[in-house]
Design a protein. Structure first.
Length: 116
C-alpha cells in the first residue's frame, strides 16, 4: 500500500493566476517533484487538464458530460503517487511541503492494490 497526494484546486484558479503566475507555480511544483524523486518517495506525478469528461452507464445507456461542470467548485489539478514504502506520517509531511498547499488543498489518500 502507498499514498497519493491529490492537488484539489479551486475551479478557475489557473486562469486567474495568469501566465507568469502559472509558470512560477509550475516551477515550484517541478522542484517539489524533484525533491520527492531524490528522496526515493515518488512513484508517479501527473498534472491534469482543467476540462474532462464524466461517463456513466445506467441500464446499458452511456451518458457522457463534458466539462466544465456548473456544480463543481474545485477540480483535481494533479497527483503525486508516492512510493509504496511511504507511510501515513511521511505522506502527511510531504503534503505539508507541497507548494500547492499554499493555494490549493492537498488531499492525502491511501492506495491499495486491486486484486482479480
Amino acid at each position: 500500500m502507498g499514498y497519493m497526494l491529490l492537488i484539489v484546486e479551486p475551479l478557475g484558479q489557473r486562469e486567474e493566476r495568469g501566465e507568469a503566475g502559472g509558470r512560477e507555480a509550475y516551477a515550484q511544483m517541478l522542484a517539489y517533484a524533484g525533491e520527492l524523486q531524490q528522496a526515493g518517495a515518488l512513484k508517479a506525478v501527473e498534472s491534469l487538464a482543467t476540462h474532462g469528461s464524466r461517463l456513466q452507464v445506467r441500464g446499458g445507456e452511456r451518458r457522457i458530460v463534458d466539462g466544465p461542470y456548473a456544480e463543481a467548485r474545485e477540480m483535481v489539478g494533479g497527483i503525486f503517487l508516492l512510493a509504496d514504502h511511504v507511510g501515513r506520517e511521511e505522506a502527511l509531511e510531504w503534503a505539508a511541503r507541497c507548494p500547492a498547499a499554499q493555494w490549493a488543498t492537498v488531499e492525502v489518500r491511501q492506495t491499495a492494490p486491486c486484486y482479480l
